[in-house]
Design a protein. Sequence first.
Length: 483
Amino acid sequence: MSEEENFIYGTFPENFKWCTATSAFQIEGGTTEDGRGRSIWDTFCQISGNIIDNSTADISCDSYHRYMEDVSLLKNLGVKFYRFSISWSRVIPEPTKGVKVNEAGIRYYNNLINSLIAVGISPIVTLYHFDLPQDIQDEGGFLNEDLLVKCFKEYADVCFQNFGDRVKYWATFNEPRQICTLGYGLGLMAPAVHSPKTGIYQAAHSLLKAHATVWHLYNDNYRIHQNGKVFIVLCSEYVMAKDPGNDSDVEAADLAMQFKLGWFAHPIYINGDYPSAMKNKVLLLSQQEGLKNSRLPEFSEEDKKFLKGTSDIFGMNVYTARLAEYQQRDNPPLQPSLDLDEIVKLSVDPKWTDCGSIWLYIIPSCIRKILNWIKREYNSPEVLLTETGFMDKTGSLDDEHRVNSFKLYINEVLKAVTLDECNVIGFTAWSLLDNFEWNFGYSEKFGLVNVDFSDKNRTRKPKKSYHYYAEIIKNNGFLKPPK
Ligand code: GBH
């Protein structure tokens, strides 16, 4: 049966949170204005060859100056929530030199937050969406645990103090897995550290501690007055067995999920420690490499207590899926690769459509499946879907493929909520705007709204998908067409 035939009508629970999202580096521009410090992405963009079209985010959507246009687009879209991120470097330009707050940065985010609230939109604020201040990186970045934890805590404290009276949803890190694998493992994204055997795990270890430190900071000092929620935004492909009838593939898929999602979710939502399947596997591989200790760092008993339970909701970005089977490792021996110590070979079904992206295949059922996996594995937490989106290369206003993809993915969320009783509290469309798409520069567009990057006014034009999403929001789901 095709996805279309499976379509169900119905509405979401009352107060379901409809949201759209952006991130600071991807939309703000104004990278040298008003005392903003440098981030690792400013540095990364400077090196020729890193960004496909050799572009930078120096102006991008120019939201640093045009945020009121964004706010009015959000208002007309009908979302009651907007997820954006704060540029750490705008708020504290050089964190290693002490907490010297840049008032212009505070003013910018106050203006944005106040403008949102004035039109009935609640901010969901991500503290870290890939843009580490360069001076922290100069001293090791995520590989310098003490420094990262200290500076991230100081930064969060400034944000809670200045904005926490109005911001009730705080995400600490966006996509830790991507930060660690691409930033400190393969070195394909900023800060481009190539350390696939150890750096990758050390970065994750520091990140988890920094996250938990900030959750405790809020819990101890702010929660009683500000009454908000602090959480982390995880991401994973939904990995399923290549052949569902083959036990070995089923096991491989589960192991991959533990490495991708469990790596961060297990410590936070289960017991303060990495999944045992992951610990066993990395230890075994380390021993085979002649090492005495596992390359996966260990948490002390105290760390585990500190980490466990440090997310008030489960933030999840869902885009796509993969098929899993075990690799034959005997001959030749496996080298660490993108999926590193998983020993799992991932592939895609030739029938899946890829909309021109090297990683994003359109597989609507993946979102319902991953929601069910989260429900089973982590005891039915409240899940906030923090990103789902679709790219094309044209930015065309007539984006029928995006309309159709959102329709099918959101319908799978509806099934997860109404048929499977998954505890989903909201959905977020990535992204409000076409923007600076990291390594892909401006060559890939994810926006509900087209931005003309050749026009100095960065004119914004809603696409068909914007109007379609507005309709879903208005109806709170899918109404049966009249007979
Ligand atoms: C999201 O990550 C990001 O949070 C968001 O900032 C971004 O705009 C959005 O994706 C769209 O890309 O180049 O083959 O190594 C989604 C998950 C995982 C997608 C890593 C890109 C890298 C693919 N990401 N992946 S590759």
